[in-house]
Each structure stands twice: as structure tokens, then as C-alpha cells.
Ligand binder design. Structure first.
Ligand SMILES: [Zn+2]
Length: 344
């Protein structure tokens, strides 16, 4: 089968790899019908040292079950399924607590021998726990939005939940990538009255406005902090969704949180330590968040998409086939595309 491999910074290739197949009785074999490129795929795209064997890429997908192992009870051939960006058994203590990203039988696509999602097919371990059947046909018009349940919509939602967004809040979203845009949708859903988006790409901030953002802050650093304070009567935002992960973005997120407020961080941190420890200590700013347990949120978010209340799939502004994947990485890296959808 064909799948995407990364051999180093800027070096993405689509190559012939061994066919995915059932290895454990708890596995399913899924033919991928939709996948995508993630903002987090751009970190290795910028910095991965050269590899002799390529790294399988992709962790977001929807597909059709082609085969199941003997112990798979809740899935059958022909089911249309969405996969969250990590594997989980659905039964361990962490899964029971809704923290599927810490599953004791977990795994990450493309790591430790698992297939990546940017290919023709994937072996899915712990299939009963990992996969969620979708009550739609394989080419349903809702596919782009349903695909965001794999990662970006669930991650934006996790940022909002971690930042304790509630009815009537003023919310600030740091970052205008796909996760930040989904964070706007999530904050709106949870009742935010005012939503400030911090970003400077006009086509992204205008989509943020369509998703419910009320104010755009295009300044950065100290100027961004000053602007948010000015827009919030000097106090800052009740809830801040940090959707970037750089030191600047983290620092800004902490500075613009209102005293007693909370920051939900979902951008993969590019630094070892959090900035602003003393200042946020004195102001009782809660810092929360982390890698999003997408599997836990799918039952809540899926009906929102099926019933048309939210359209997170609008973050996809480009669609390619497998041959187009290397150029898709380039386009996202150069910010020509917000998020690239792949139809293998
Ligand atoms: Zn588990």
C-alpha cells in the first residue's frame, strides 16, 4: 500500500510500504477515506533530523472497516469510523476517567510500529476502544467536519473545557490555526459572550468571526497584552485558550488571563518551562490543559456536527490526494493553507 513517510525536515515522500493487516485479535483493519495534515506535523517538518527509514505520518482519519480481529465485538466490516489521534482500550482506569490519552494500552499513530494515517490503510489496535462508528455514508457531505473529531475540534474543545469557559465569559483564543478556530467554536458553544481571537492572518481571523469571535487582536507580545486589557476594561479574559505552544504564545496567554482566570493550553509546548510563574502566582491564574483526550469528547461533539449546529470542517481550505501530500505539507508550512484534507 502507499503511505506518507517523513525522512527529515522538509522531506516528505509517499512510498510503497507493507500492507496494513490484522496482527492482534483486538485489531481492526481500516481503509482510510479521509485524512489530513496537522499543525503539529509541521514541527517535525521544520526540524526532524535525517532518517534512513522514514517516519510514518498522520494521526487523523476516517475510514471503512475492512476486517476485524476475533476479539472485536462492536465493529463490523463496512462500518464507517472515525479514529481519535491516539489509541485507547476504553476500559482501563484512565479511560474510565475520560483521559484516554493516558491509556495503559494506548499508542500513537506512526510510532512504535503503528501505521500512520496519511496512507491507504491502517491497522487499528484496541479497535473497540479506539474507533467510533459514524451514522453516515462514506462520502457524506459532513466528512470534513466529522474528521475534525479526530483532533482539532476535540483539541479546541479541550482548551475551552480546561480554561473553564462558562456562560457569559470573556474568552481569548491565542492562535488562528485550525485548533484556535475550533477553540472559537467550542467557546461559543459553552456560552462565551465575548471571544477575542489573537491572530494576524486575515482569512483566518475572518473565519474566526464567522465562528463567533467578536474581536480580532492582530498585535503580538506586549502590544497584544495591552490591546486585550484595553478591550476588557483593564482586567483581561476569564478564560484563555492557548493553541500555539511557543514561548511567546504561552507568555501572552498567561498575561492576558484575568486574575483568578484560567489558561487552557493545547498547543504542543516548544519550551521546557512555563514563563510568567511569579506574576501568575500572585494573580491566581490557573494553568490547565494538555494533550486532548479526543475519544472522551466525541460522544458530546458528534451530535453537534450531525445536527448542523457547528461546522468545524470549514477549517479545511485545501483538498488533495496522496500524490499531493508533499505539496500539502509545503502549503501548510508556508501558510498558504489553513488545513489540508487528504482523500487517499
Ligand atoms: Zn485505557
Amino acid at each position: 500500500m502507499r503511505a506518507t513517510l517523513m525522512f527529515g525536515a522538509g522531506d516528505v515522500r509517499v512510498e510503497e510500504v507493507p500492507d496494513a493487516s490484522i496482527a492482534e485479535p483486538t485489531d481492526a483493519l481500516v481503509r482510510v477515506t479521509r485524512a489530513c495534515i496537522c499543525g503539529s506535523d509541521l514541527w517535525p517538518y521544520k526540524s526532524l533530523p535525517s532518517l534512513d527509514d522514514g517516519q510514518p505520518m498522520g494521526h487523523e482519519f476516517i475510514g471503512v472497516v475492512e476486517d476485524v480481529g476475533a476479539d472485536v465485538a462492536h465493529l463490523k466490516r463496512g462500518d464507517v469510523v472515525v479514529a481519535p489521534f491516539v489509541v485507547s482500550d476504553g476500559t482501563c482506569d484512565f479511560c474510565a476517567e475520560g483521559l484516554h490519552t493516558s491509556c495503559v494500552n494506548g499508542g500513537v499513530w506512526g510510532v512504535g510500529g503503528l501505521d500512520g494515517a496519511q496512507g491507504e490503510a491502517v491497522r487499528v489496535p484496541q479497535a473497540d476502544g479506539t474507533l467510533v462508528p459514524l451514522p453516515v455514508e462514506v462520502d457524506d457531505a459532513l466528512m470534513p467536519s466529522l474528521l475534525t473529531l479526530s483532533d482539532v475540534f476535540a483539541t479546541g474543545h479541550h482548551a475551552a473545557v480546561s480554561a473553564r469557559v462558562k456562560e457569559g465569559d470573556t474568552v481569548a483564543v491565542v492562535g488562528d490555526g485550525a485548533v484556535g478556530l475550533c477553540g472559537v467554536i467550542a467557546a461559543r458553544r459553552l456560552g462565551a459572550e465575548r471571544i477575542l481571537i489573537l491572530g494576524r492572518h486575515e482569512e483566518r481571523t475572518s473565519l474566526a468571526r464567522e465562528f463567533g469571535a467578536t474581536d480580532v487582536v492582530s498585535e503580538r507580545g506586549k502590544e497584544a497584552t495591552a490591546r486585550v486589557r484595553e478591550l476588557t476594561g483593564g482586567t483581561g479574559a476569564h478564560a484563555v485558550l492557548e493553541c500555539v505552544g511557543t514561548e511567546d504564545a504561552l507568555f501572552t496567554a498567561l498575561k492576558i488571563a484575568r486574575s483568578g482566570g484560567a489558561v487552557g493550553r493545547v498547543g504542543v509546548p516548544q519550551v521546557e518551562s512555563l514563563p510568567g510563574a511569579q506574576e501568575t502566582f500572585m494573580r491566581n491564574v490557573t494553568v490547565s490543559g494538555g494533550v486532548a483526550p479526543a475519544r472522551a469528547y466525541i460522544p458530546e461533539l458528534l451530535p453537534e456536527i450531525l445536527e448542523g449546529r457547528v461546522e468545524p470542517g470549514r477549517v479545511f481550505d485545501s483538498e488533495i490526494d496522496l500524490d499531493g501530500v508533499p505539496d500539502g505539507y509545503r502549503a501548510m508550512n508556508e501558510r498558504e493553507a489553513i488545513k489540508v484534507l487528504i482523500r487517499p
